[in-house]
Ligand binder design. Structure first.
Ligand SMILES: [Mn+2]
Length: 331
């Protein structure tokens, strides 16, 4: 009797019909090739299903021509379970998922989307696995880290529990200005395996008292950062049995970073970016508002003046609708 559940986890594909500024190749073709490799691997490894960590699309309304190409590939997965990333959403508003391409994929049966507070149970012979998830949402990594990241309840008859989140989970903080959640803050979770996306560089799986935390990194390299040029792109292969979880990073075929990524715009803009950064720092010092994100500013102002929460929510909804309209024009 086969009592092992086999799966793959991949994340942050960032499908786009437009070439990112840093790419020298045809980015869409490269991404399609990566996704096809994931399909092939899932067949070769006999996966029962695959897991996806968010940011399938670089924007929530990529063209139908582009989304259609992804749909063709997704049909080949025997089962794919995943979450929305911030790039899949308008204004990072998870409540509006139905108006996005990823939402359409769900309705068309191309992906099973998971939402906060819902459980999926997968059984294979007498092995039972629970999957929970937190898609990206406005306020992730800032507001309710415990509720977003930590699994507090696992049914008694469940053998292993997996939690997927599109959040900035890291081993340690690398930059005091970046909102991150460090593993030590959430390692009391009851999930045996916590999978995260969002942080494109990823990290090697971390084991804390038998609980694993992993992020294999983005499936595509959208920036020409030195680390991205040298990074191996890949997926995480996962084997789950009653009393064990095995993780293996499997690199995909990829071109040499120097051949597909162009750093010239970075070198050219370095001086300007340093100037902008200095300017932003001065603004931040001069005001009590720490954030340059428009929605955070609304919230900070609102919290200063103790406005009613419904007023703030209304303002945020309006902002996300405005962003949606802007994107429709821009894309
Ligand atoms: Mn991403």
């Amino acid at each position: 009797m086969d009592n092992v559940i086999r799966t793959l986890f991949f994340t942050d594909v960032h499908v786009s019909g437009r070439n990112p500024r840093a790419r020298k190749d045809n980015f869409l073709n490269t991404v399609l090739d990566k996704l096809n490799q994931v399909v092939d691997l899932s067949i070769q490894k006999n996966c029962d299903f695959v897991l996806f960590g968010g940011d399938l699309f670089d924007s929530p309304n990529v063209s139908n021509a582009v989304a259609g190409k992804i749909a063709e590939i997704f049909k080949k997965f025997n089962r794919i379970i995943g979450i929305a990333g911030n790039h899949d959403l308008f204004g990072n508003n998870i409540d509006n998922i139905k108006s996005t391409q990823l939402g359409l994929f769900e309705k068309a049966g191309l992906i099973e989307l998971l939402f906060r507070g819902k459980k999926t149970i997968i059984c294979k012979n007498d092995l039972k696995v629970q999957i929970t998830a937190t898609p990206s949402h406005f306020g992730i990594d800032e507001e309710d880290i415990e509720q977003d990241y930590v699994v507090s309840e696992v049914d008694k008859d469940v053998d292993k529990s997996i939690h997927i989140i599109h959040g900035m989970l890291m081993e340690k903080e690398i930059n005091p200005h970046m909102k991150v959640v460090t593993i030590d803050r959430i390692c009391h979770t009851k999930a045996d395996l916590t999978l995260s996306g969002h942080y494109h560089r990823g990290f090697s799986p971390v084991n804390v008292d038998g609980k694993y935390f992993a992020n294999p990194g983005s499936l595509s390299r959208v920036s020409a950062d030195i680390n991205e040029i040298n990074r191996k792109v890949g997926v995480l292969y996962i084997e789950i049995s009653k009393n064990n979880i095995k993780l293996e990073f499997i690199p995909l075929r990829q071109k040499k970073g120097e051949d597909v990524l162009d750093r010239s715009h970075i070198e050219k803009n370095l001086f300007r970016e340093i100037k902008v950064e200095e300017f932003m720092r001065e603004i931040k010092v001069a005001s009590t508002i720490q954030s340059t994100d428009i929605k955070n500013i609304v919230r900070k102002i609102a919290s200063n003046k103790e406005l009613d929460k419904s007023v703030i929510d209304y303002a945020l909804t309006k902002l996300s609708l405005a962003e949606e309209n802007l994107r429709e024009i821009g894309d």
